[in-house]
Write a protein that binds this ligand. Sequence first.
Ligand code: FES
Length: 126
Amino acid sequence: MSDAPDPVYLRYSGAPPAGTRLCRLDELPKDGAKGFLFGQDVRRFDMFVVWRDGKLTAYVNDCPHAHTPLDYMPDRFFNLEKSHLLCGTHGALFRIDDGQCVAGPCRGRRLTPVPVHLDGDMICIG
Ligand code: FES
């Protein structure tokens, strides 16, 4: 048994456990992002995966400013230049690699990461 603390994302209601399969890598848009919903109502968990420059990252879809989802349309997580993640509610910009907010009303705060890995061609949590 590990002494490592549980990842923060597991504090969110409805968060799926490690090993949960999300989708095949080729189902993600090239250099894009895709959202995933689990559960409903108070047990609803909303997250997204980014596939960019050969690297996978994932975050809870929960802006640290006012706790709205980032995507203003389904699976639209980038600014126009595709240089940062964008919160469509008030325009905060987040670094893709670590979720740090670099502009906007929650500057200095971070998105909550969700650990993901590839199991063959399947993207899985954990
Ligand atoms: S809710 Fe995201 S910037 Fe305000």
